[in-house]
Design a binder for this molecule. Structure first.
Ligand SMILES: O=C(O)CCC(=O)C(=O)O
Ligand SMILES: [Fe+2]
Length: 203
């Protein structure tokens, strides 16, 4: 198994695990999928627009609106099923997350300009014994990870294009977020910015 850096217990980072060709192919498939499942800035349950734009791939997609956070089998705008997950993502999950059970959801986050993501836990999945596998593409992110309580101390690290990280075990419900992205640190994403993919087992 590929060696990872264990940043905090249960949080593993594989720097540069995706080569540039794979990164380019992933961005191309995401932009193609976004033709039928367009990126949208969802509203939080409190009625604020999120700064990252989102879409999803696979059987289920995570969405947010005034009614709350949840997984749905349809894009909220088009009411069509989400586009399929590229094979390379399924392979990566089998290798680094779970060889037996495939992910049923890939959330796609697009960060442009000042977009960020506040500290949160990923807890809308039914069974948190499955890890969350996160893939970074494009501009570098200043990522923050803490413990399972909001007030726990946090660590900050940079996630660069091609890096993959995993929240599992004691870090699966750790608070984490993106303080900011470093604009212009990569030219991978057309028009600039960062794309983050999180592979999950939602149900
Ligand atoms: O963009 C990232 O690196 C983190 C994304 C995230 O935490 C999420 O989508 O739940
Ligand atoms: Fe998250």
């Amino acid at each position: 198994m590929l060696q990872s850096l264990s940043v905090v217990p249960g949080f593993d980072l594989w720097p540069g695990v995706l080569d540039v060709e794979t990164q380019k192919a992933l961005v191309a498939s995401i932009l193609e999928a976004a033709q039928t499942a367009p990126f949208a800035q969802y509203e939080t349950p409190q009625g604020k627009a999120m700064s990252a734009a989102m879409t999803a791939l696979g059987p289920l997609g995570w969405i947010s609106d005034r009614s709350g956070y949840r997984y749905t089998d349809r894009h909220p705008g088009t009411e069509q099923p989400w586009p399929p997950m590229p094979q390379v993502l399924l392979g990566l999950w089998a290798r680094l997350a779970d060889p037996e059970t495939p992910p049923d959801s890939c959330l796609v986050n697009l960060y442009r300009g000042e977009a960020r993501m506040g500290l949160h836990q990923d807890r809308d999945e039914v069974d948190p014994s499955f890890p969350v596998l996160s893939i970074s593409l494009g501009d570098t992110a200043v990522f923050r990870i803490g413990g399972t309580h909001r007030k726990d101390p946090t660590r900050s690290l940079r996630l660069s294009s091609g890096d993959v990280c995993r929240l599992s075990g004691p870090a699966r419900l750790a608070f984490h977020g993106v303080d900011r992205i470093l604009p212009g640190s990569s030219s991978l994403v057309p028009g600039g910015g960062r794309i983050n993919l999180t592979l999950r087992r939602a149900r």
